[in-house]
Each structure stands twice: as C-alpha cells, then as structure tokens.
Design a protein around this ligand. Structure first.
Ligand code: I3P
Length: 125
C-alpha cells in the first residue's frame, strides 16, 4: 500500500451524487446539514467531494471534503434519524456518524450494499 493511492484509489463504486449529513464527529453531535456530495467508494474509504470529479483523470489533490474510514465502521438503514426516505447511517470506529440519502431506492441500496461489503472485507483482513 501507499504511494499511488492518492492518484488512483482502488475504486469500487464510481462517483455519484449523494446527500450526506455528518451528524457527529468523534462522538460529538453536530448540527444536521444535508449537502450534495460527489461520492466515490474505494477499497477502504468513502471519499466525499464538494465538486464532481472527472472519472478519467486523477482526483484533484486537496479537493476532498471528507474521507470516511470504513475499517471497523458500522452501517445500518435508519428511519428514525431523518424524515427523508432511503437513509442509511455509517458510524466510523472513531465515533463519527454520517447519514447518506438519495431519492432513488436502487441507487441507495447499491451504495449500501457496496459499503457494507467493503466494511465486511476490511474486518477480515
Ligand atoms: C434541519 C433540516 C434538516 C432536517 C432536520 C432539521 O433543520 O431541516 O433537513 O432533517 O430534522 O433539524 P435546520 O436546517 O434548521 O438545522 P431531515 O431532512 O433529515 O428530516 P431533524 O432535526 O429531525 O433531524
């Protein structure tokens, strides 16, 4: 590992716009603020960008708005934390909580399934 991952992460799911709300950071509750984020799933991280990234070229360095570490994380669907539909929550092993949402159920479940697989495989290694 190391070296090339910032240029070419092992992309599991290509970029797509998802609504994201970070509701806590290191166990500290945050004010909910839904933001449309360009999301890319790699083999161990969920990368969240404010702006859409080109698929063909390298990711712009420094343009990542947030990186969700998936090793040791926990994912679950939730109907209690939002009035929106198709909401799931990722809790990282450092106690940050993210809500992710999109109106398309098939898109939401595609991301849910892929992230869950990533979490499961990171636990085994
Ligand atoms: C929040 C905003 C969110 C809403 C949240 C509100 O208000 O309307 O969209 O979450 O509801 O508190 P504000 O912008 O004033 O912070 P949902 O869209 O997910 O329902 P909540 O407090 O019930 O989480």
């Amino acid at each position: 590992p190391g070296g090339s991952e910032t240029l070419e992460p092992l992309v599991q799911l290509k970029g797509e716009h998802l609504n994201v709300a970070k509701i806590s950071e290191s166990g500290k509750k945050q004010r909910k603020n839904w933001t449309l984020m360009w999301s890319i799933l790699t083999s161990d991280q969920l990368l969240l960008y404010k702006e859409r990234q080109q698929e063909t070229s390298q990711q712009k360095p420094g343009s990542k708005t947030d990186v969700v570490q998936l090793c040791g994380a926990f994912i679950e669907w939730t109907t209690e934390k939002s009035s929106r539909k198709n909401v799931f929550q990722i809790t990282t092993n450092t106690g940050s909580e993210y809500l992710l949402q999109t109106d398309s159920y098939s898109t939401a479940s595609k991301w849910y399934d892929a992230i869950r697989k990533t979490i499961d495989s990171s636990v085994r290694t």
